[in-house]
Design a protein around this ligand. Structure first.
Ligand code: HEC
Length: 291
């Protein structure tokens, strides 16, 4: 008797659970916040920590930042990145070249260690009171995005340099952090003898594109490969390629790709340099690894 009542209760809970999951598009929040954050050092996992353990590593602060995605100021509960890394990786993390952050949605920026040493970065996490940990991404078609489990923010209010970097190097939904002691992404580097223009284009690509896109399979998994087997410079008419990079929504109204931004950038020149880079890479195709 009691057995069957508990069965029925279980069934009702299941039903309720699936109803709630469908009714609320943001329902995976708790799942996202409860996953372990993985820390890797040159391919080896050195730690996998739930948020609660991470929060115990360093003193939690409230940090006010200019929220680039919403173009307004916001206050986050956060942990300073450097003491967290000291604890998880040991002090030698400072000798690494780059740190690759991987998000649940495939976004994957690689941030130079010198930038993390020169500026104050923080891992923001949900408020303990359960306020939704989301933002409206004005740069991506006003999508409402989950920020958890961790969101990387910078103390940018007084730094013109950080403000100019726009939304680059601000991954949300961080699930993995990996140290790289050798330069990552060898197959994305323009071939020897490429023009200075293509080299500058590569720098823009690293800063503004590779967190979402891959070249020869290297980079982020949030957006399409741009070079292999056929380069975008081979099948998109030049004038449309240029327009796409500057203002993708003028071509596809509901695209989530942001146009190239950043106050320091002369967009016209930057776009030409980016295209020079993409053309150089079309002569350096490599079969993506593990595909
Ligand atoms: C936030 C993620 C994101 C960033 C950053 C981004 N893109 Fe995209 N891009 C996309 C998505 C998603 C698509 C797929 C088209 C769509 O969804 O409308 C796309 C499509 C493209 C295409 C068309 C590919 C095709 O075969 O049709 C090109 C070319 C392109 N992006 C170049 C760039 C360049 C160059 C940069 C850097 C200046 C860049 N993207 C930055 C997300 C991004």
């Amino acid at each position: 008797m009691s057995m069957s009542i508990s069965r029925i209760l279980q069934y009702l809970l299941l039903l309720l659970g699936s109803f709630v999951a469908h009714a609320l598009p943001l329902a995976p929040a708790s799942a996202q916040n409860s996953i372990d954050i993985e820390f890797k050092d040159n391919g080896q996992t050195v730690g996998a920590l739930p948020l609660d353990d991470l929060r115990a590593i360093a003193a939690v602060v409230s940090i006010k930042v200019f929220e680039v995605h919403e173009k307004t100021e916001r206050i986050y509960r956060a942990l300073p990145v450097r003491p967290v890394f000291d604890k998880v990786f040991g002090k030698d993390w400072e000798k690494a070249q780059e740190i690759i952050f991987t998000s649940i949605d495939g976004y994957q920026p690689s941030i130079p260690v010198v930038k993390l040493l020169a500026h104050d970065a923080y891992f923001a996490f949900p408020h303990e009171d359960g306020t939704p940990f989301t933002l409206t991404n004005r740069l991506q078609n006003n999508e409402i995005v989950q920020l958890g489990p961790l969101y990387l923010v910078w103390d940018n209010i007084k730094s013109k340099e950080l403000l100019d970097a726009g939304a680059s190097d601000m991954p949300y939904q961080i699930k993995r952090v990996e140290l790289k002691f050798v330069a990552p992404f060898p197959n994305m580097v323009p071939p020897a003898g490429s023009s200075a223009k293509a080299q500058r284009g590569f720098m823009h690509f690293r800063q503004h594109c590779m967190a979402c896109h891959t070249i020869n399979g290297e980079g982020g998994g949030k957006a399409p490969e741009l070079n292999y087997p056929v380069s975008v410079t081979e099948y998109i008419k030049p004038e449309y390629l240029k327009r796409w990079i500057v203002s993708p929504q003028s071509i596809r109204y509901n695209t989530t790709m942001p146009g190239i931004t950043g106050a320091i950038l002369d967009r016209e020149t930057a776009t030409e340099e980016l295209i020079a880079y993409l053309k150089a890479m079309s002569n350096a195709k490599r079969i993506p690894a593990n595909q």
